[in-house]
Every structure is written in C-alpha cells, then in structure tokens.
Design a protein around this ligand. Sequence first.
Ligand SMILES: Nc1ncnc2c1ncn2[C@@H]1O[C@H](COP(=O)(O)OP(=O)(O)O)[C@@H](O)[C@H]1O
Ligand SMILES: [Mg+2]
Length: 337
Amino acid sequence: MAEKEVLMQIKDLSVTYETRLGPVSAVEGVSFDILKGEILGLVGESGCGKSTMGKALMRMIQPPGRISSGKLIFDGEDIMTYDENQMRDFRGRKISMIFQDPMTSLNPVQRVDEHLVEAIQVHEPKTKPSDALGRSNTLMERLGIQKQRMKNYPHQLSGGMRQRVMIGLGLVLNANLIVADEATTSLDVIVEAKLVDQLKEIRDEFGVTLLVITHNIALVAEISDRVAVMYAGHLVELGTVEKIFDNPLHPYTYGLLSSVPNIKLDEREELYKMGGEPPNLTHPPKGCRFHPRCPKAMPICETIEPQFQEVARGRFVKCWLYENHPDKTTKKIEVAA
Ligand SMILES: Nc1ncnc2c1ncn2[C@@H]1O[C@H](COP(=O)(O)OP(=O)(O)O)[C@@H](O)[C@H]1O
Ligand SMILES: [Mg+2]
C-alpha cells in the first residue's frame, strides 16, 4: 500500500467537563494522525469519550466541557489558533459531522433543497442560488435522493435518507473530512448495510476522508481501513483493520473482540471475558486506566501510565507489555511488523 499523506494531526488532545462531582477527564493526552482518503474507525464502549473526541476535532465542545490541551493540525495549520469566525468557516467547509439522529441537526421547517442551498450560500456567498440548487440536485441524485424528494421536509424522509442529506451537506461544500458519530446506529440492519456500502463509495468517488465513530465492532471491521480503540478517555491501540483483528495487542482490544461472535481469536484464550465495568472518569484509575479489568496487569500498571507508542510500523499501543519496565524487571514483547 502506498504511503498516505496526513490530513489531520491530533497532538496531546485533552478534554475535560467540569461537573458537580469534579472534572471529568473524557479525553486525555490523545495523539494520532488521520490519513487522507482513509476510513478510520474509532471504537470503544459507551462513555469512553468517542463523541467528545469527534466534537473536539471540530472544536465543538460546549461548556461545561473544554479542550484543556492539545494541537489540532489540519492540512498544516493549527486550528486551535483560529478565532470563532475562522472556525465557523472551517466547520462545514473542511470538516462536517453527522450524528445518530439527524433530526437534531436538520431544521424541521426547511426543505432538503433549502438546507443545501443555504449551506452553499453561507460558505460561498458568490455562488448564484440557481447554481447552488443545480449543484445540490446533482449531488443528492448521486447519493440516491431523487429530485422530487428535494422538496420534502426532514420529517417526510426515512432515517437512511436523512443521513444521506447530512452527508450531502458535507459533500456539497467539498468537506475533506466527515466525522460520522454512530450515524448508522439507529437504522435497521438492511438500511445500515446500504449506508455503509454507500459511505465506502462516497470515499472512493469524492476522495473524502471518514472518521467513523461507533461502539459496533462488527461495523468497524466492515468499513474501516484502520481502527483506533479508545478506553476511558485514552487511545489504547491503533493499526490497520487486518492487524487489529488478526492480532490484537492491547488486552482491552482482545476483550472487545472476544465479545463479538464470529471473530476467531487465539483458541487458548477463546473464553476470555472482560469483567468489571468501565471506570468513572471523575476518578480514573491511576497508571493504566484499564488495569483494574486487565487479566495481564502487572504491578507497574497500577502506578505508571504506559506511553502510546509505535511498536511496529503503523501499529500503536499503550500497554506495559510492549514497553520495557523502567527497572528492567520485565521484558517487553516484541511485535513483528
Ligand atoms: N456535557 C457533558 N457534561 C459532563 N460530562 C459529560 C458531558 N458529555 C460527556 N460527558 C462525559 O464524558 C465521558 C465521555 O462521554 P462521550 O464522549 O459521550 O462518550 P461516548 O461517545 O464514547 O459514549 C463520559 O463520562 C460522559 O459522562
Ligand atoms: Mg457517543
């Protein structure tokens, strides 16, 4: 596979929510790259910080939350330095986000064509309304929304069609990155499968990059080129979909995969079941946040946080099994490329 260019670099990103019970560390010290034209799956249990991460990439975290640290470098520019005007232009034009329930993002009293034309006019004031309409109709037809549907209001459309309108809103402005947060979760299985196929076609046809956020590991296997695994606000593993599924490195990834039927893991550990509950993020465990549930935990895991590091080409993991103990008391596992 040819080396892909980097579209967005996320560096040491942390997001905190201030709550009555204290600060919630929903994303902490996360660093990774999003590559141009890839479909990157972001997976993890409910509450691990996936949506927070997706919103943070667009700087859409609302109070009581805030990005407490980090750089977000998009096409070479750190968007953390942008003012609100620059950000408004950036959102929609460069990154667009689609959610589980598109009704919350669509204006109920605006027709489909009006949504698209307005989006174009906000970001490209010089485009004539008739051109904007023509462009919208052509695009939506390619997404399988017929012309007569363009006059419908959001509530007159099916869930799958509404999601395609949301995708269209990103594509009509030539967004480089689409973040889909549980976008297929509320659809029935057949509609979901169709939308998944369509997302892949869209990537191929428009060359857009997709970050697909989901708790559904089977969906991630189906759609992604690379997979990022999140646990309790940390990124714990990242790699190609083949490597992650053939040879998961982090014990959490292993547990996550073994909870899915039809994924064949090492037979000796087939009965591996992850016990316990995800931690409360107001008081995350010290050291590795997974250690209380980890069948491989060592004493060091309880006190010192492992680094998220590249252990083989393109494979990242945050786990003491793959790092040398500072006292050299354990030997790290070498990962073949
Ligand atoms: N607006 C908010 N106020 C306080 N805490 C929040 C808020 N939004 C999310 N959180 C907390 O941040 C953590 C991560 O949430 P979220 O990003 O929604 O996870 P996921 O999308 O993986 O389910 C959770 O502990 C959640 O309770
Ligand atoms: Mg979520």
